[in-house]
Ligand binder design. Structure first.
Ligand SMILES: *Cc1c(COP(=O)(O)O)cnc(C)c1O
Length: 380
């Protein structure tokens, strides 16, 4: 069975891991800093803070801008539940908004309508790697004095108007979990330009420990064992071990992007005219693709999944809308577009190591499915 996603890992990753083993320093250290610097250079960013997951990155970002109880954060309901859990973890309220069904990205007009005096942040998600309209979002942020915290878990390597996602904007959060554009095994990063806030996030990722403050304020450089705990912190730092995997993966990023773009190009060409299948809009020359999602119309999505499974093609649903999740009922309001799209989306296999034959099997199976349902139920 073809999986929907799979990391591409091998000898290169093992070689980097071995280097870390040989130093005997597994935790936060030189390899993490090297990984951070690589990303900083690549994105043309001011500050990159590597952490243990993308979820931690989002949590730290919201915490660092002061999101707290009573605050509201506008977020699309159609996203991974991690985007929402970090809001509720800080006792703030997620305000769910709609998406544009053509891209699955945030519906900015709808989001605007949901701004209140309690709104402190808006969290766009660059779905499948395709960038949201950042000019419009940052404009709203400035106008209403709210932070734009980008959930860029899908979009490491993507661009917007000639700039890498992460090189502009307020705060951008990436994920390097096993199936993201590159993986660290598990990992994430917070990227931003504000130096004070970056300093705060650096402390928060390691239990609020500020080794420098004590030396700065008390002028006691000799006593290096001393440290101050100056803020609420978490144990969210990345380890050398994970950064080692990330370094090897980073070296392959361009290859990953190129191959996945070419698979999508072929999917788009071959699936475009299938009855009952609606493609998303792709900015193929700017996207570092994360996943490939189509919409199956006419209430046939689950049937499509069963059919594909019989043909040896795995498929998935990314994601189940969050406003209908049991834990988030307190924040549930009707979102008709999201509810409809959530029943149509289908994630098809997309990963670097897919062969051309694998891609053809997906196309052939989708074509057969489309023919089967249109023969059974002619239009009109
Ligand atoms: C993967 C993902 C996250 C969380 O990242 P982890 O590294 O898995 O914690 C957050 N938001 C979205 C949209 C994601 O896909």
């Amino acid at each position: 069975m073809l999986p929907t996603s799979r990391p591409s890992i091998g000898e290169e990753e093992l070689k980097e891991i071995k280097k870390v083993f040989d130093t005997g320093w597994l935790g936060l250290g030189a390899t993490v800093y090297e990984f951070e610097n690589k990303i900083k250079e690549y994105l043309n960013a001011e500050h990159v803070i590597a952490v243990n997951t993308g979820t931690s990155a989002l949590h730290l970002a919201l915490d660092a801008v002061g999101i707290k109880e009573g605050d509201e954060v506008i977020v699309p309901s159609l996203t991974f539940c991690a985007s929402i859990q970090v809001i509720t973890a800080l006792k703030a309220s997620p305000v769910f908004c709609e998406i544009n069904p053509k891209t699955l990205n945030i519906d900015i007009e709808d989001a605007k309508q949901r701004i209140t005096s309690k709104t402190k942040a808006i969290m766009p998600v660059h779905y499948c790697g395709n960038a949201c309209d950042m000019d419009a979002l940052l404009d709203i942020g400035r106008k209403h004095k709210i932070f734009v915290i980008e959930d860029a878990a899908h979009a490491f390597g993507s661009s917007y108007k000639g700039k890498k996602i992460g090189s502009f904007g307020d705060i951008t959060c990436f994920s390097f979990d096993p199936i993201k554009n590159i993986t660290c095994g598990e990992g994430g990063a917070v990227v931003l330009s504000n130096s004070d806030r970056a300093e705060e996030i650096r402390k928060k990722r390691l239990l609020g420990i500020d080794k420098d403050a004590w030396h700065r304020y008390k002028g006691q450089r000799k006593r290096s064992w001393f440290y101050d705990v100056t803020t609420q912190g978490y144990r969210y730092h990345m380890s050398n071990f994970n950064a080692a995997i990330g370094l090897a993966q980073f070296a392959k990023l361009d290859l990953f992007i190129e191959r996945k773009r070419s698979i999508i190009k072929r999917y788009n060409e071959q699936l475009r005219n299938l009855e009952g299948v609606q493609l998303l809009e792709w900015a193929l020359n700017r996207v570092a693709p994360f996943s490939y999602i189509v919409r199956i119309l006419g209430d046939k999505r689950d049937e499509a999944m069963d059919f594909l499974k019989e043909k040896g093609v795995g498929s998935g649903i990314h994601y189940i809308a969050n406003h209908i999740q049991p834990y988030f009922q307190k924040y549930n309001k009707p979102l008709p577009v999201t509810e409809k799209v959530c029943n149509e989306i289908l994630t098809l296999p997309l990963y670097y190591d897919m062969s051309d034959d694998d891609v053809d099997l997906v196309i052939k199976s989708m074509t057969e499915f489309s023919k089967k349902v249109t023969v059974n139920e002619p239009q009109g």
